[in-house]
Design a protein. Sequence first.
Length: 205
Amino acid sequence: MDKFTKLDGIAAPLPLINVDTDMIIPKQYLKTIKRTGLGVALFSEMRYEEDGSEKPEFVLNKPAYRDAEILVAGDNFGCGSSREHAPWALLDFGIRCVIAPSFADIFYNNCFKNGILPIVLPQEDVDKLMDDAERGANARLSVDLESQTITGPDGGTIAFEVDPFKKHCLLNGLDDIGLTMEKEQSISDFEAKRADAMPWLKRAG
């Protein structure tokens, strides 16, 4: 998993509440177990017409936001089913940070496990950032995880809270497997001691 330290990128505004995981990545794309290739299907029902052509009015289809790395959204983002494909699709598109007044718990935790920083802020702060995001190509925000601050295009800063353990994992690029591998030496030492104490457990050959 890629580390998240500081992100300076274009923020796209999505002023919708209750954006559920089926809106983020519709069910027909859930057959794959690969984490890549889902970016093209992100928000597909909002992004595309039935014939597959783009809807020019959808924010991520607008030239200024095609390379957005930050999403400023409404309340209760990521509600609905627990599909991990939702953060996979966001990450594959290029979104590394989502800012909203609240998130569904499972989606929120899945973001951290996939290298995405979900930031919870009061509605008034989200409104300010939403206004910044409406600036198109000038809608650049700087998100600093170490200092836990967001800096807007005019230089103003907003502080945010994040769980210390989740922060540690993102800063060091540690998913569940990475956390386990941090204990690799301890695991190897345990296995060696067990093999000496219980040689009958060793595999034959």
